[in-house]
Design a binder for this molecule. Structure first.
Ligand code: ATP
Length: 334
């Protein structure tokens, strides 16, 4: 853990922003940061539109009453953004000038690894203490078993696939369902098991087209009339979901095939209880870390406990797929 004893007990004003892709539960994290800060008599400001808003001075008070009635809301009341200007030294200098203008002494960044990279560079350049909170539905961050938004996204996918299954059964169809996950198959693997998918294609494992075809042929022979194939966006076979479906249809005409791309609906909706609790815990830990003089770290959860991981490690490390889950998914397809 990087412990930088700077201003520790003297910290009197912090700011929070959300950056990168939005995720359900970000609001619960914002609320927690605002209220934890108030509890510790630290003033809290909210920055609109991530790093871009910091550059453009979109900064407002975020007292404990400003975050009423948001714990149940998806998205982020602070809005999120991707900022190319913040990737430049000149952009970050403008951001720093605005922080100084408001007397902000430390920053809580809620986002993914890109946001943490920007935050770490900012801290190194200007000495502003930064603490990260992982908010992304992909769960692809090292240093935490769960990111904020992941659990909600899993539930959203399972609910959608349950509905797709109803129509698949009624028409004896094979459905290819694409879910988010360019680099990580956590959503596909977990929601695939939860929704009873026949096959799960993830970026971490190369099943191969022929094995997929053979497996689907076998299950057809064994009496399955309809099936769900869960496909992560970045699956290793390297074909998009429509090309995959076409290949299987050409080679397994016994099945009528349909494709469903769940898309951005996976990001939205009210956060699950798990995500609300996780976000509340992480927000408090982030504020207390800053109060204790700790910076350059990300808050995470491991075995149910709040932990801190240096941002550098969180950025560079790889979140791993659980092989036990892969085994479960393979046996459940029988
Ligand atoms: P998600 O996982 O949802 O994509 P993310 O935080 O990884 O979230 P990015 O778009 O990669 O999303 O990064 C968010 C923002 O962080 C960028 O728009 C940019 O402003 C800032 N950022 C990312 N990388 C850097 C960098 N190398 N230097 C400075 N700023 C960066």
């Amino acid at each position: 853990m990087t412990k930088e004893k700077s201003n520790s007990s003297e910290i009197s004003k912090i700011a929070v922003l959300t950056s990168g892709g939005d995720a359900p539960g970000m609001n619960a994290a914002i609320r927690s940061v605002a209220r934890s800060a108030a509890f510790h008599k630290i003033a809290c400001l909210g920055i609109n539109q991530g790093y871009q808003g910091l550059i453009e001075n979109k900064i407002k008070q975020l007292g404990p009453r400003a975050v009423n009635n948001i714990i149940n809301k998806g998205g982020t009341i602070l809005k999120s953004a991707r900022s190319n200007e913040f990737r430049t030294k000149a952009g970050r200098k403008k951001a720093y000038e605005n922080l100084k203008k408001h007397g902000i002494e430390a920053l809580v960044v809620i986002g993914g690894d890109g946001s943490f990279t920007g935050g770490l560079i900012f801290q190194q350049e200007f000495g502003v203490p930064v603490i990260g909170i992982p908010g992304t539905i992909d769960n692809d961050i090292y240093g935490t078993s769960h990111t904020i938004g992941y659990d909600t996204a899993l539930n959203t996918v399972v609910e959608a696939v349950d509905k797709i299954r109803d129509t698949a059964i009624s028409h004896n169809r094979l459905f290819f369902v694409e879910v988010m996950g360019r680099d990580a198959g956590h959503i596909a693997l977990n929601s695939g098991i939860g929704a009873g998918a026949e096959e799960i294609l993830i970026p971490e494992e190369d099943m191969g087209l022929e094995r997929l075809l053979e497996s689907l042929k076998r299950s057809k022979k064994s009496g399955k009339l309809s099936s769900i194939v869960m496909v992560a966006e970045g699956d290793k076979i390297g074909k998009n979901v429509f090309e995959l479906a076409e290949y299987i249809e050409d080679n397994l005409p016994a099945y009528e095939i349909r494709v469903s791309v769940l898309g951005h609906m996976q990001r939205g909706g009210a956060p699950s209880c798990f995500d609300r609790v996780l976000a509340s815990r992480m927000g408090l830990r982030a504020v207390e870390a800053l109060r204790d003089g700790i910076s350059g770290n990300m808050v995470g959860i491991s075995d149910g406990n709040m932990i801190l991981t240096p941002l550098e490690k969180a950025i560079k490390g790889k979140s791993k797929i659980d092989n036990e889950l892969v085994r479960v998914s393979e046996i459940m397809r029988l």
